[in-house]
Write a protein that binds this ligand. Structure first.
Ligand code: NAD
Length: 432
C-alpha cells in the first residue's frame, strides 16, 4: 500500500471539491526536493555499517520546510514523501508560517547501543546539513527519535556551521559568525528543556488533540465522565493523550503498543500504565487488577466498543479490511495516515466521524514552531503560555475546518485539506 498515493488521493478529493486550478494542484502534488543519503557508522565492535536515510522537502510557499525525522526499519522514500506532503498541509491548516518536510533513516533503534545511536544521528544530520537550516528546513522528532537525538543533531549542525564559516573565511569574532552559530540551535525542534527546547513540546501533539476533543465536547454537551476512550499506540503521542484525557475526566478503557493491548471495562489508570511501560517495556506487561481487565490483540483493540478511538501508533491501521468492524463513533487521528482513503469511505458510510491527522495532531508542529520562534528570539515562554497559544491556534483551525465542512458538505478530512489548499494557493500565486 503506497502511503504517498493515499496522500495524493486525499489532496485530489479536496482539490476536486473546491475546484482547485490544475496548475496549483500540479505544484502541490510534487515534493520540491528529494534527498537520499548513504553513510557509514562505526559500531561498538569496531566494524562499519552502512545506513540509508532520506530528507524530502515538499513545499515552502508559506515558510521554511518543517517536519520530523523517523528512525524505523520500515522507513522508505514513499513513506517520507507522504509524511512530508502532509506536513505542508498540516502547517497550512493550522495557519502557521511553515512549509512541509520530513526525514527518515532505515534503522531499528532497539538494536543499537546509545553510542551507536549518537554516531548514527550525527552522521545522518551531517549528510543532510547542506539542505537544512534554521531558515530553510527545520526537522523535529517523530517515531523512535527523541529530544536527546535532536540535541545531538543540533550540536552536529552547530559544528558543521562553524566549519563552513571557516571555509568561507568569515572572521570568528564577527557579528555574522556569532549570529549564524547562535541561530544554529534553531535547526531542529523537540530539543530537551535547557538546551533550547520549549516547555510543553513533549505533550504538544496530544494536548492539541485534547483541545479539539474539548471543543467538540462543548459543542455537543459531552460529559467526559460518561465517555470512554481507547488509545492505540502508547509512545509520545498516545501516552500523553491517555494522561491528558484522563486528567480531563475521560474514562480510558483500552491502550496498546507494538506488543499488544490492554482492555479494562472499569477503566485504566493512565499514570500507572505510563510508569509500568517505562519499567517493563510494554503495556501488555502491566498487572491487570482492575474491573473487566483482559489482554487484547492490536487488531481486536481497534474494534472494541468505545466513544472515542484515538489513533496514535502509525499509518494504515484502519483499512478496507477492518473499517466495517470499527464501532467508535468518533476517531481522532494523532498518528499520521492511520486511515486509508478506502477506509475513510466505509467509515463515512457508517456515520463515523474522523478528526483527521493534519488537524488533530497539528499541536506537535505548532509547538515546534513556538520552539523555533523562541530560539531565534532567545526568549522563552512558560508551559502555561505555550498551551494558551496552542489553544488559540488549534481551536480556530478546527472551527474553520467545521465551517468548510458545512459549506462543501464534505468530511472533516476533506475540509481540513481545503482549509490548507486555500492558504497554500494564495501563497503560491504570490510567487508565480
Ligand atoms: P513513538 O515511537 O513515541 O510511539 C509509537 C507507539 O506506537 C509505540 O508505543 C509503539 O509501540 C506503538 N505501536 C507501533 N505499532 C503498533 C501497533 N500495530 N499497534 C499498537 N501500537 C503500536 O511515536 P510518536 O512520536 O508517539 O508517534 C506516533 C504517531 O504520531 C506517528 O504516526 C507520528 O508520525 C505521529 N505524530 C507524532 C508527533 C509527535 O510530536 N511525536 C507529532 C505528529 C504526529
Amino acid at each position: 500500500m503506497s502511503l504517498f498515493k493515499n496522500t495524493l488521493a486525499q489532496i485530489n478529493n479536496a482539490a476536486e471539491t473546491v475546484g482547485l486550478d490544475k496548475d496549483i494542484l500540479a505544484i502541490l502534488e510534487k515534493p520540491q526536493r528529494i534527498l537520499e543519503v548513504s553513510f557509514p557508522v562505526k559500531m561498538d565492535d569496531g566494524t562499519l555499517q552502512m545506513f540509508k536515510g532520506f530528507r524530502v522537502q515538499h513545499n515552502n510557499a508559506r515558510g521554511p520546510h518543517k517536519g520530523g525525522i523517523r528512525f524505523a526499519p520500515e522507513v522508505d522514500m514513499d513513506e517520507v514523501m507522504a509524511l512530508s506532503t502532509w506536513m505542508t498541509f498540516k502547517c497550512a491548516c493550522a495557519g502557521i508560517p511553515l512549509g512541509g518536510g520530513k526525514g527518515g533513516v532505515i534503522v531499528n533503534t532497539k538494536e543499537l547501543s546509545e553510542g551507536e545511536l549518537e554516531r548514527l544521528s550525527r552522521a545522518y544530520f551531517r549528510e543532510i546539513a547542506p539542505i537544512v537550516g534554521p531558515h530553510k528546513d527545520v526537522p523535529a522528532p517523530d517515531m523512535y527519535t527523541t529530544p536527546q537525538i535532536m540535541n545531538w543533531m543540533a550540536d552536529e549542525y552547530k559544528k558543521w556551521t562553524e566549519e563552513q564559516l571557516v571555509k568561507e573565511g568569515v572572521p570568528a569574532d564577527s557579528d555574522v559568525c556569532k549570529k549564524r552559530v547562535s541561530d544554529a540551535l534553531g535547526v531542529v525542534t523537540g530539543k530537551p528543556l535547557g538546551q533550547g527546547g520549549s516547555e510543553g513540546r513533549g505533550a504538544a501533539t496530544a494536548q492539541g488533540g485534547a483541545f479539539v476533543i474539548e471543543q467538540i465536547a462543548i459543542e455537543r454537551t459531552i460529559n467526559p465522565a460518561d465517555t470512554t476512550v481507547i488509545v492505540q499506540g502508547f509512545g509520545n503521542a498516545g501516552s500523553f493523550a491517555a494522561k491528558i484525557l484522563a486528567e480531563m475526566g475521560y474514562k480510558i478503557i483500552g491502550v496498546s503498543d507494538s506488543k499488544g493491548g490492554l482492555y479494562c471495562s472499569g477503566g485504566i489508570n493512565a499514570e500507572a500504565a505510563i510508569s509500568c511501560k517505562a519499567e517493563k517495556g510494554s503495556v501488555v506487561e502491566c498487572e491487570m487488577t482492575g474491573e473487566g481487565c483482559r489482554r487484547v490483540t492490536n487488531e481486536e483493540l481497534l474494534e472494541l466498543e468505545c466513544d472515542i478511538l484515538v489513533l496514535s501508533a502509525k499509518e494504515n491501521q484502519i483499512t478496507a479490511e477492518n473499517a466495517d468492524r470499527i464501532k467508535a463513533p468518533l476517531i481522532v487521528e494523532l498518528a499520521n495516515g492511520p486511515t486509508t482513503p478506502e477506509a475513510d469511505k466505509i467509515l463515512e458510510g457508517k456515520g463515523i466521524e474522523v478528526i483527521p491527522d493534519i488537524l488533530a495532531n497539528s499541536g506537535g508542529v505548532t509547538v515546534s514552531y513556538f520552539e523555533w520562534v523562541q530560539n531565534l528570539a532567545d526568549n522563552y515562554w512558560t508551559e502555561e503560555e505555550v498551551n494558551k497559544k496552542l489553544k488559540e491556534i488549534i481551536v480556530p483551525a478546527y472551527l474553520r475546518d467545521s465551517e468548510i465542512k458545512e459549506k462543501y458538505s464534505c468530511s472533516h478530512r476533506c475540509a481540513a485539506f481545503i482549509s490548507a489548499i486555500l492558504r497554500l494557493e494564495e501563497a503560491i500565486r504570490k510567487r508565480l
